[in-house]
Design a protein around this ligand. Structure first.
Ligand code: SAM
Length: 285
């Protein structure tokens, strides 16, 4: 049976419609599902954390492949369906929670044995794509990779080269923690209901150590955010306007020390330049 047939049967059987507010767009394209599974590179001992399993289309394949699947779903209606479908599977754990409120570090240490790897695989709810990705990265989870379907526009920002015109604050934040890779662009007719935007699967390979050496991560990320808040402003203006420092003269000195032209726009900086600048500011301002 195809995913499209299966989805229609389940929606009918339980008499439910997709909840737009929860970002429910169910995947019905078997080729895309296969591509996600392949690119996630799932091994027999792996623990997969799936965010938003929904009706369980992707979940079913994950259960076949992985050592354990831990699925986190907020919607009670989906929980009933998932329980009916998979409660017999001894490698399936279902958690009825908001992923943004879930203590993922605790969850991982509860299930993971030292020889096992944890990988995140999901078709994410688009209304909270960025908070979910940033939570997965900032909490420094003991995970190998994140393979997710997200909006194409966000995917292209994340995978842009830092300094490229498509890049944004998120490009640098993600690159600090991970190496991003584009997997496949997915058209909206691969879902029921079809989302209003195109989608893309990306994979983030988590780095063992961050891309650059930073003394104060909070300062580093604040400088990046400030630089992208008003993209047309020079670095000197962005950093003084957005609370990094009020001391323009001191900042000029620091920029000279970092060998960065003060009239440059923040969006042109490399991640190494942001790190250098941030470290000098942490030490001297
Ligand atoms: N995995 C299914 C698929 O591919 O067909 C459904 C994906 S759908 C795009 C997103 C899923 O995330 C929905 O099942 C939705 O209920 C769930 N979801 C939305 N917000 C959530 C949250 N804060 N925490 C956990 N799950 C959430």
């Amino acid at each position: 049976m195809t995913s499209l047939q299966e989805t229609k049967i389940i929606l009918n059987k339980y008499n439910i419609t997709a909840n737009k507010k929860l970002g429910q767009n169910f995947l019905i394209n078997d080729d895309v599902i296969e591509k996600i599974i392949l690119s996630a590179n799932i091994e027999q001992n792996d623990i997969i954390i799936e965010i938003g399993p929904g009706l369980g289309t992707l979940t079913k394949k994950l259960i076949e492949k992985a050592g354990k699947v831990i699925a986190i779903e907020i919607d009670n209606k989906m929980i009933n369906i998932l329980n009916d479908r998979f409660k017999q599977c001894d490698n399936f754990v279902l958690i009825n929670q908001d992923v943004l409120k879930t203590d993922l570090n605790k969850l991982i240490s509860q299930y993971k044995k030292s020889f096992e790897k944890v990988k995140i695989v999901a078709n994410l709810p688009y209304y909270i794509t960025t908070p979910i990705i940033m939570k997965l990265l900032e909490e420094k989870l003991d995970i190998e990779s994140i393979t997710v379907m997200i909006q194409k526009e966000v995917a292209q920002r994340i995978t842009a080269d830092p300094g490229d015109k498509l890049s944004g604050a998120i490009t640098y934040s993600v690159n600090y923690y991970a190496i991003p890779e584009e997997i496949i662009v997915v058209e909206s007719d691969s879902f029921i209901p079809a989302p209003e935007v195109d989608s893309e699967v990306i994979k983030l390979y988590i780095r063992n150590i961050p891309a650059v050496n930073v003394i104060d991560e909070k300062m580093f990320f604040n400088i990046i955010k400030a630089s992208f808040m008003q993209r047309r402003k020079t670095l000197l203006n962005s950093l003084t306007n957005f609370g990094i420092t009020r001391d323009k003269e001191k900042l000029k000195e620091v920029l000279t020390k970092a060998e960065i032209d003060e009239t440059m726009r923040g969006e042109r900086l490399t991640i190494e330049q942001f790190a250098k600048l941030s470290n000098l500011i942490s030490k001297s301002i």
